[in-house]
Write a protein that binds this ligand. Structure first.
Ligand code: ADP
Length: 453
């Protein structure tokens, strides 16, 4: 069992530097080094690691120097999910090298619970590159996250009661998922042989999983999709992964890994400084759940403003318009700014601007809006959408986030120090949460602030 802190951290620079009375760690104390392919996914993973009792920091990109904080796990958040495979591989290998330099005992490559990948990857290519770099010939792959209704059975991924390919994900703006068979999806992305550890094995327990892994290795299988339907499956899987140099998964597998390092769940792992300041939501996710959350926020009578990509493309300073609108309203409570739309409207925009160009334009605008809102005094910020969150966090200049309490499965509050330019000269903290498109209940945009209060 590792030492647990008891004192809540303070909202000061020390909150992210050697906090909790821990000494700055020496190389070798970091149990898990994680590489996440997007920013919301990184905090989703960090959230489950915190739930398993680990103290976790999420870094934005690969840090340039040592971490300087005593934690059990670090999640390096990349924005590589939709990059060309060679770029995603290069970024992931850079993250791996940094994590190895911090003494990470096991590497965890985290992707989306809906296995989001483009036609050309990136889950297969990145996994393969990490395996090569680590000199390992076997790893597992499973996006199963039962708390969020992502289950894998016979290699098929379900989102709730429907196959992935019928869940709405087939219409994703950047990574449409039209095949729910993950063995097939992953096999199309890698030269290594992809196999399956099916439900009958997982249900039989840890030893059965270990035996199956040995069989698959003998048969020349390099990556195995693992079925999991409940958290109990993940807890049975966890011990079978002890000592495996590389684990690849969504965030669910993390729930079962703490036990391998003698760590048990604790309340202290999720403590953050006290929150204050104005509240806002910025949403660029067009996922089904986010669209419902936008509608619920509006139905609750709260101020919401839609922004139109075509007006952005025509040169209108949409960010300035939004900030002028939000300024007087923020004093009364949270405001929502959203580009979120139904798939038909998104497709119409993409036809005019191109999918990638539309995505980048909207991300840039929402990032400018997030920065402007912080400039207006927002210190509790919800960002919806993985790519959107990446753009916002990078524009805000945030380097590192401490992971706090869960709002909804896969979505924790985080705390970051703002760079001096964003906080008007004085060191200030920002509470923010990065919500993956399909996560959270309909009232997420209001519930989030309640959790923090
Ligand atoms: P999610 O987590 O739901 O996948 P992301 O932010 O990762 O959300 O992806 C949504 C993408 O769609 C982003 O690139 C965003 O800029 C883009 N986008 C958002 N709103 C629109 C819109 N109205 N039209 C076209 N593209 C949009």
């Amino acid at each position: 069992m590792t030492e647990r802190r008891t004192e809540p951290p303070q909202a000061s620079e020390s909150s992210l530097k050697g906090q909790r009375g821990h000494a700055v760690p020496s190389v070798g104390t970091l149990f898990l080094g994680c590489i996440a392919d997007d920013f919301t996914g990184a905090s989703d993973l960090a959230n489950n690691l915190v739930r398993s009792g680990m103290r976790v920091v999420q870094t934005i990109g690969v840090p340039s120097g040592p971490l300087g904080v005593a934690v059990d796990a670090v999640v390096v958040a990349l924005k590589s999910r939709t990059n060309p495979p060679a770029e995603a591989v290069a970024q992931s290998l850079e993250a791996l090298a940094w994590l190895q330099a911090q003494g990470a005992q096991q590497i965890y490559f985290k992707y989306c619970s809906t296995f989001d990948s483009t036609e050309h990857g990136n889950i297969g290519p990145v996994t393969e590159a990490l395996m090569d770099a680590l000199g390992t010939d076997f790893t597992i792959a499973t996006p199963a996250f039962p708390d969020n209704n992502r289950t894998v059975f016979k290699g098929y991924l379900f989102a709730g009661d429907t196959l992935l390919s019928e869940s709405g994900m087939q219409n994703h703006p950047l990574t449409p998922m039209t095949d729910a068979n993950l063995v097939r999806v992953l096999q199309a992305q890698t030269r290594r042989v992809v196999g399956l550890i099916d439900y009958a094995v997982v249900a039989s327990g840890t030893d059965a999983v270990r035996e199956r892994i040995a069989q698959l290795k003998t048969a020349g299988v390099g990556m195995a999709i693992v079925d999991a339907i409940t958290n109990a499956d993940l807890m049975r899987l966890g011990p079978a992964l002890k000592g495996m140099p590389l684990v690849t998964a969504g965030s669910g597998v993390a729930l079962g890994l703490g036990q391998n390092f003698g760590i048990a769940p604790s309340v202290e792992a999720s403590q953050l400084p006290q929150a204050s300041g104005l509240k806002a939501v910025v949403s660029g996710s067009c996922s089904v759940a986010t669209n419902r959350q936008v509608r619920a926020f509006i139905a609750a009578g709260l101020p919401a403003l839609a922004i139109d990509p075509l007006r952005m493309a025509s040169g209108v300073d949409v960010a300035a318009e939004v900030l002028a609108w939000a300024g007087p309203l923020l004093q009364n409570g949270p405001v929502l700014v959203y580009s979120s739309d139904e798939s038909a409207a998104v497709k119409a925009v993409q036809q005019q601007l191109g999918a990638a160009a539309a995505g980048a334009l909207v991300e840039r605008t929402l990032a400018a809006i997030a920065c402007g809102l912080v400039g207006l005094g927002v210190r509790q910020l919800v960002v919806a959408g993985g790519e959107t969150a990446g753009a916002c966090v990078q524009a805000l200049g945030i380097m590192q986030m401490q992971i706090g309490p869960q709002i909804a499965p896969g979505v924790p509050w985080c705390f970051a120090l703002l760079p001096l330019s964003a906080s008007a000269g004085a060191a200030q903290g920002l509470h923010l949460t990065l919500k993956s498109g399909n996560f959270g209940a309909d009232d997420f945009f209001t519930q989030a602030f309640t959790v923090l209060a």
